[in-house]
Design a protein around this ligand. Structure first.
Ligand code: BG6
Length: 474
């Protein structure tokens, strides 16, 4: 008989929640902020671009964290958060991206956020670039396709380390860096439409981001040797649709497209399978001696990732494509999916954590995971609330698998649930795709009071944190 599994999380495990500036802050032009690529993609990552901000662009509204951060952080503290992940909007600090001097008002805003976190004893986890390249860098340089971006990013990152390096221990360089080939505009500020973008330019942009990440890691260590810099990957395990070896290989290939980024971040050089792919595509990467030395020397301290789903791959069967978190794949007939078609697979999280740990041997940080669902506000004993048992069940089952991975020997620094407060969806720009423990009264059409209401999952998560995971149901 197998004993019941009881998850055990290490002391000091960092429980918390995650957000991104462009999805929560609003105030798109306040206090000298410039435009970012998000401000011209009002319909989400995959939607059409506009020429500028539009009145009905929800991303411009966010959930008004810019003015309500104190109230929101107080709610996180009530849940017992140990850590809060947020991103700094690059265009608040350097409105065009290529200035020499930063915008003091932008820097001061994040001072205030950090003050508030400190007051509540919540550790910050900062993403330096979360799909927020300043628009000017896209228009003038074609974003990361241009080598000059490395210098602008390094200057921006150094400015952050100098200002906040004593207050922020954990930093992430690029959100979901491996999404670049799929959404080059939002992920890499590349203005050339995807279908017209050459393999050469795309891979060169990838290289520039990887070098910039290493350059930022160097700047961080020089500013304050105590900070820890991590990469951030979009994790999607790919399973073979059948046991046919050709399907197994198809799944491996799909997975390696993602691994390549982590391999460079963690091992400091491009893997052989990736170089073969470049040769076959006729791509000749421009890698300077200095680039190679930087990549080699400044590998990351830890690996962070988002996990929402797994996918299948096949080389032998008809493809039934599934919708997914930016990366596509083939539907797995054994899994249920969310209302947005994202397949729900808690065990996939354990698989990915074991794979990453076995491959790179670096501590992991689960910095995004959660269920986007349509919530219904109801009257509860203490005011309006949401009976979100479906979210509790999703999070419970995924956290149990984090516990399994820890029991397997994987070193895990923490877990930040995505969209801990309802925010604007990255892929669809909908407000109705909600992830939070806290309901925000804002509708897809921009109407609403912006009032915040704790959901049932709010109390559930507080209990999980208070008991350090002992309250999870296995
Ligand atoms: C990740 C992004 O891809 O998934 C987030 O880092 C995003 O920015 C999250 O919000 C969930 O995706 P969506 O499309 O449901 O908002």
């Amino acid at each position: 008989m197998t004993a019941t599994f009881v998850p055990s999380f290490p002391n000091g495990f960092l429980w918390g929640g995650a957000t991104a500036a462009n999805q929560i802050e609003g105030a798109y032009d306040a206090d000298g902020k410039g435009l970012s690529v998000q401000d011209v993609t009002p319909r989400g990552v995959a939607g059409p671009r506009t020429d500028g901000p539009t009145a009905d662009n929800l991303k411009l509204g966010g959930i008004d964290f810019y003015h309500r951060y104190a109230e929101d952080i107080a709610l996180f503290a009530r849940m017992g958060f140990k850590v809060f992940r947020f991103s700094i909007a690059w265009s608040r600090i350097f409105p065009n991206g290529d200035e020499a001097e930063p915008n003091e008002s932008g820097l001061a805003f994040y001072d205030r956020v950090l003050d508030e976190l400190e007051r509540h004893g919540i550790e910050p986890l900062v993403t330096i670039s979360h799909y927020e390249t300043p628009l000017r860098l896209a228009e003038k340089y074609n974003g990361w396709a241009d080598r000059e971006l490395i210098g602008f990013y390094e200057h921006y990152a150094r400015t952050l380390f100098q200002r906040y390096g004593n207050r922020v221990r954990y930093w992430l360089t690029f959100n979901e860096i491996n999404s670049l080939p799929h959404f080059p505009f939002v992920s890499g500020g590349i203005a050339t439409p995807r279908q017209e973008l050459s393999d050469q330019d795309l891979h060169q942009a990838m290289h520039h981001e990887l070098v910039a990440s290493a350059a930022a890691t160097r700047a961080a260590r020089r500013t304050n040797p105590d900070v820890r810099v991590g990469c951030m990957l979009l994790a999607t395990p790919f399973y073979p649709l059948t046991p046919d070896p050709r399907d197994v290989w198809a799944a491996k290939r799909a997975e390696r497209e993602n691994y390549a980024f982590g391999d460079v971040h963690c091992r400091g050089r491009y893997p052989g399978y990736f170089l073969r792919g470049l040769r076959e595509k006729g791509v000749e990467l421009d890698v300077t001696e200095e680039d190679a030395a930087l990549l080699e020397e400044y590998t990351v301290d830890f690996v962070s990732f988002s996990y929402y789903m797994s996918m299948c791959e096949t080389a032998t069967q008809p493809r039934e494509s599934g919708s997914g978190n930016l990366l596509g794949g083939v539907v797995n007939p054994t899994l249920q999916a969310s209302e947005w078609g994202w397949q729900i697979d808690p065990v996939g999280l354990r698989i990915v954590m074991n794979d990453y740990w076995d491959r790179w041997g670096k501590p992991l940080f689960v910095v995004e995971n959660g269920l986007g669902a349509r919530d219904v506000l109801v009257e509860g004993p203490h005011g309006p609330t949401v009976e979100d048992d479906y979210r509790i069940s999703y999070l419970n089952d995924h956290l149990v698998q984090v516990g399994e991975a820890i029991a397997d020997g994987v070193e895990v620094l923490g877990y930040t649930s995505w969209g801990c407060i309802d925010l604007v969806s990255a892929s669809t720009a909908q407000m109705s795709k909600r992830y939070g423990f806290i309901y925000v009264d804002l509708n897809d059409d921009g109407t609403g009071t912006l009032a915040r209401y704790p959901k049932k999952s709010f109390d559930w998560y507080r209990e999980v944190i208070t008991t350090n995971g002992a309250s999870l149901r296995t």
